[in-house]
Design a protein around this ligand. Sequence first.
Ligand code: KG4
Ligand code: ZN
Length: 336
Amino acid sequence: MYVLGIETSCDETGVAIYHPQKGLIHHVLYSQIDMHSDYGGVVPELASRDHIRKLIPLIKQCLRESGLNSTDIGGIAYTAGPGLMGALLVGAATARSLAWAWQIPALAVHHMEGHLLAPMLETNPPTFPFVALLISGGHTLLVRVDGIGQYQLLGESLDDAAGEAFDKTAKMLGLGYPGGPKLSALADQGEAVYQFPRPMTDRPGLDFSFSGLKTFTLNTFNASEKTDQDKANVARAFQEAVADTLSIKCKRALKQTGLTSLVVAGGVSANRQIRALLTTMTEKENASIHFPKPEFCTDNGAMIAYAGCQRLLAGQHQDLEIFAKPRWPMTELSAC
Ligand code: KG4
Ligand code: ZN
């Protein structure tokens, strides 16, 4: 069964086709970054309108480049939440309509479950159970994963998500949108001048807080001579603090659960320093670590096609309702 995956939760229109035996057949992505960068962040209404413009052409392109027809598709998986309501509705309504026209099942996928399962597309996929660190623009979650849909929340951010902290800090430093990759590139030019705090690591628990670190970074920069090198130095110190904090909490989560496998996914997992630090930590702890390839760390249709395929194979699908849920805790998902 070929499964068509549709992702439209934020500022990327992603379409992919996955087959359970043949693997990922093809994926296409259109990023709205250029459009939103004029405004310094995602403008929800513009995002929805652009998904409307791009989604059907991308589906046609994905089918054509895969050498498949609509009649080959056996199921449709679409991101139903969490995300921007208007943007989600574009994907949900399109997926539902196509499924009805093609007389095939459609299934609502949780965006963070998509991220969580993205490493399954790699050649050396993780096996259950494992600890997952999900770091994206909207979420920072530590989850114990015993199977698809079997999620126990171990910790989360009490304020800004890791990606949000990157984006806001970058904006404060005048780096533009999207801030994460820009701040990371600047950090590479930085020298080890500052040591920033590692928030909430001095007390037990697995929750995070990145809001104070953001302010600390700005205050440090404002107190400096504000040269380009100062900016790079604070970017480096900020990134190191985030990476180290994530590493400390992941190590703690592995110890607490007794598990020896760590999955790291979501947009921020594309960050080279975070990948390196977490890899070193797991090596020392004799644990394995699994990331998606960088292009599947950020939003894409492939992870949605994969996640949806697993649930469709288990016989799950929804009725004809156009289902979109902007706020949707992962722990509400059913086991697969
Ligand atoms: O998973 P994602 O594409 O979308 C959400 O589900 O939110 O994550 C986007 C987030 C943004 O905050 C972006 O700045 C951040 O991931 N990001 C990065 C890097 N690449 C993307 N943050 C730090 N370093 C990167 N290389
Ligand atoms: Zn995402």
